[in-house]
Design a binder for this molecule. Structure first.
Ligand code: PFF
Length: 466
């Protein structure tokens, strides 16, 4: 039996190296890879965006991920406990990450619920989706009444699955499910990519993705790639601190970081090669986000031979990606509550589940109001507020996650010091960290500067970063 956090003296640990890599990759591979990356690659000039993205992941993403892992593995604690142990004054840094995860979980599980709705709908009534994709989506969101399915029943099923896995613990729950879902995700991705690139007319999309268009490369696209890399690698929320805290001391952290970042990037690239050729072949306008994944893509599946089957497979792929990411997000918060508040794992998941579910309902309701009425609140005096859902995404994806990563890097670089970080990697000479000098410079100067640029760019210039 695995030991779970907060259950006494023994702390949970990954049973195998592969289990950990798949779980961390499962966290990283999420909705961000499958519906955000292809749209950004398209808008950012195809291959030129992809080249910049890969450089950013290789240089800055790996740096920040290693910073999270060294903190977690060194302290063997949840995000808040880890920072508290290393420097009492900085426990708020971990708290910020846990808070962000709490907020993200609310809407991530709503979208996860919508994905379940679409898997079933592509089996049961694909004709209804194809007849009017927009209407079908809005009906799920509750255009004709309260969104029982979109906001309550389907998200509850999704959240129930996440809670079930979390209550089983790290080894029996999280590790096992990732060992099943991640290989399945790869198989689905390969099938769908082959289907897409073999469609008549797909060559144009392939050409677009493989030819760099440097005229589209500017400050904005670089910032977009940076923001996408941080979100996609699950950085800035202390998730990698928590997952790293379940690692055995003899694990090679640098190798694991390399593998996880590579897997995440391969999935993002494959998603690009799955979506862009298909949209070129079927003449659908490429895009990103929920509107594209739930509405526009219906046009692709409608025109594709075997469309409903491939549609169902696509949403199954999204479901696996969303589930493994949602599990990691909830685990970050649960580890904090069980360890710091000394609550049982079951009680912690129940409380967090209820609270985040309430936030989630408002997210879906606000999507409904925003998409149909264009606003969230409209007072008689003309004062309007932007959609709560958009605000939540802005707050978490553009503000809190980069802020989290920034504080983590500054903490490791300047407060705890890179010397201790390097010692944690090298484990008293068990490993040689060949790039330690470069990593020190990156974590102290380059990564914080890059993140600060995303933050300021996103806030002051209002650039499209998410
Ligand atoms: N990396 C996930 C994605 O690409 O969808 C999202 C995510 C998961 C962000 C976990 C942050 C996190 F801690």
């Amino acid at each position: 039996m695995s030991q779970t956090p907060g259950d006494g003296k023994h702390r949970a640990q990954w049973a195998s190296s592969l289990g950990f890599i798949l779980a961390a990759a499962g966290s990283a591979v999420g909705l961000g890879n499958i519906w955000k990356f292809p749209g950004k690659a398209y808008n950012g000039g195809g291959a030129s965006f992809i080249i910049i993205y890969i450089i950013i992941v290789a240089v800055i993403g790996t740096t920040a991920m290693l910073a999270e892992f060294v903190i977690g593995r060194n302290t063997q604690k949840n995000a808040v406990g880890a920072f508290r142990q290393l420097n009492k004054k900085f426990s708020w840094v971990g708290g910020l990450g846990v808070f962000t995860g709490f907020l993200i979980f609310g809407y991530y599980s709503q979208v996860g619920g919508w994905v379940i709705y679409y898997i079933v709908s592509y089996i049961v009534c694909p004709g209804r989706i194809f007849a009017d994709p927009k209407l079908f989506f809005y009906e799920m969101l509750g255009q004709n009444g309260f969104p029982w399915l979109g906001a309550i029943i389907c998200p509850l099923i999704f959240m129930g699955l996440v809670i079930f896995v979390i209550t089983k613990g790290v080894e029996v729950g999280i590790e096992k499910i990732n060992k099943i879902l991640m290989p399945s995700l790869f198989v689905l991705l390969i099938i769908l990519t082959i289907r897409s690139v073999t469609l008549p007319g797909a060559a144009e999309g392939l050409h677009y993705l493989l030819t760099p268009d440097f005229s589209k490369l500017n400050f904005n696209t670089v910032l977009m790639a940076l923001g996408q890399a941080f979100f996609s690698l699950s950085l800035g929320m202390g998730i990698m601190v928590t997952y790293g805290s379940y690692l055995k001391k003899e694990e090679n952290l640098v190798k694991n970081v390399g593998l996880i970042c590579t897997l995440d990037t391969i999935v993002a690239l494959m998603a690009g090669f799955m979506i862009i050729p298909a949209v070129f072949a079927t003449g659908v306008e490429p895009g990103m986000g929920g509107g594209f994944a739930f509405v526009s893509l219906a046009g692709v599946f409608e025109k594709m031979p075997g469309g409903p089957i491939f549609g169902c497979m696509f949403y199954l792929l999204l479901f696996f990606a969303a589930l493994t990411s949602a599990i990691s997000i909830m685990e970050g918060t649960v580890a904090y509550v069980t360890e710091e508040k000394k609550m049982s794992r079951k009680k912690a998941t129940a409380i967090i589940g209820v609270l985040t579910f309430i936030i989630g309902i408002f997210y879906t309701l606000s999507q409904l109001y925003a998409s149909i009425k264009g606003i969230w609140f409209d007072f008689a005096n003309g004062v309007t507020f932007p959609a709560f859902g958009d605000f939540l995404e802005f707050l978490t994806d553009r503000l809190l996650t980069p802020l989290g990563s920034l504080t983590f890097c500054i903490f490791v670089g300047w407060v705890w010091t890179t010397k201790k970080g390097i010692a944690e990697v090298e484990r008293d000479g068990t490993y040689t960290f060949k790039l330690k000098k470069i990593w020190s410079v990156l974590v102290k100067f380059i990564a914080p500067l890059a993140i600060l640029t995303i933050l300021i760019g996103g806030m002051v210039f209002g650039l499209a970063l998410s």
